[in-house]
Design a protein around this ligand. Structure first.
Ligand code: PHE
Length: 333
């Protein structure tokens, strides 16, 4: 009887060792420990015919064997779970991991910068928190000038009353303040562009945002002319809308810091004209504020709305879509 138990136990151990799947292990459990026909149980059942002394001796041995086989089975099952390879259809397409990409506005800005740098313009950065002086005064828009109404302004609350317009802050309403800021510290000839965010305290609609982006352009030299401006802008528009036929027009307009002034419109969705740019020849007063002699220098300036160009290029019907964070929109680019 002793020997039977030993053999059963070592056979079981060997079988467990060889088993490769959890089903095989389960079969071993039934074969050795099963209630009805399990080998170990059969031994225990046969105990009832033995003398009492034998029962007392064999009983615990059988219990011990059962415990050890159970432990071996549990141990094996644990080690199998980790290594069993699930059946998988290897012909199924893989799971795509999502990668981010640039916002359509960033893409548009990058494209604009690429074109102007290829035309030898340098890219300059400027502050979003600006002074009344650079945003208005030096652009020939003094405090009482009615043209200030063209730019509804977010003024900054200041604890102390500003001493003068250099000390009076606002969120820049356009990128033009960088014109004089740059000229104060640089000598012509030069050509620069200044991309950046601008802010206007405005009623929102499909083509107006309180927060939008512009690119300012400024080219100054001995004989930079309006013809040069037209050439540069036409090169830019052709390159920006490459492959897409667009209609654009120069329409005369007024800004206090240019003379003459124009606006550039592009036909949007084959029907209405959308204003994308204000421009003109730099006003002599602006050169004076910058410390240049207006008899020595001339040049052109333009300020161009980045969202509007993106709207035309990608057929986006509403400027508010750029900032509302709707992923269904962003993911299309
Ligand atoms: N700063 C003007 C605007 O935002 C655009 C402009 C720039 C016009 C440069 C003329 C010259 O409305």
């Amino acid at each position: 009887m002793n020997k039977d138990i030993d053999t059963i136990q070592s056979e079981a151990a060997e079988a467990i060792n060889r088993a490769k799947t959890s089903e095989e292990v389960e079969a071993i459990r039934v074969r050795y420990l099963g209630r009805k026909e399990g080998l170990l149980n059969n031994v225990l059942k046969s105990l009832k015919d033995l003398p009492l002394e034998e029962k007392r001796r064999i009983g615990p041995l059988a219990q011990q064997a059962r415990k050890e086989i159970e432990e071996a089975i549990d141990f094996k099952l644990k080690s199998l779970v980790e290594f069993e390879i699930p059946e998988e259809d290897i012909t199924l397409p893989g799971k795509r991991s999502e990668t981010g990409h640039l916002h359509p506005l960033t893409k548009t800005e990058n494209e604009i910068l690429r074109i102007f740098t290829s035309l030898n313009f340098s890219v300059i950065d400027g502050p979003e928190l600006e002074s009344e002086y650079y945003n208005f005064d030096v652009l020939n828009i003094p405090a009482d000038h009615p043209a200030r109404e063209m730019w509804d302004t977010f003024w900054i609350k200041q604890d102390k009353k500003p001493k003068n317009s250099k000390d009076h802050y606002l969120l820049r309403t356009h990128t033009s303040p960088m014109q004089v800021r740059y000229m104060e510290t640089h000598e012509p000839p030069f050509q620069i562009i200044v991309p950046g965010r601008t802010f206007r305290y405005e009623a929102l609609d499909a083509s107006h945002e309180a927060n939008f982006s512009q690119v300012e352009g400024l080219m100054v030299g001995k004989d930079v002319s309006f013809a040069n401006f037209k050439f540069v802008i036409e090169q830019f528009l052709k390159s920006f809308f490459k492959g897409k036929k667009i209609e654009f027009r120069f329409r005369s307009s007024y800004f206090p810091f240019v003379e003459p002034g124009v606006e550039v419109d592009i036909k949007f969705k084959n029907s209405k004209w959308l204003e994308v740019m204000g421009a003109g020849m730099v006003h002599p007063r602006v050169f004076e504020f910058a410390g240049y002699n207006p008899r020595d220098w001339q040049g052109f300036a333009f300020g161009c709305g980045i969202e509007r160009l993106a709207m035309i290029k990608y057929n986006i019907p509403d400027i508010r879509m750029f900032y509302n964070g709707d992923l269904r929109f962003i993911k299309q680019f």
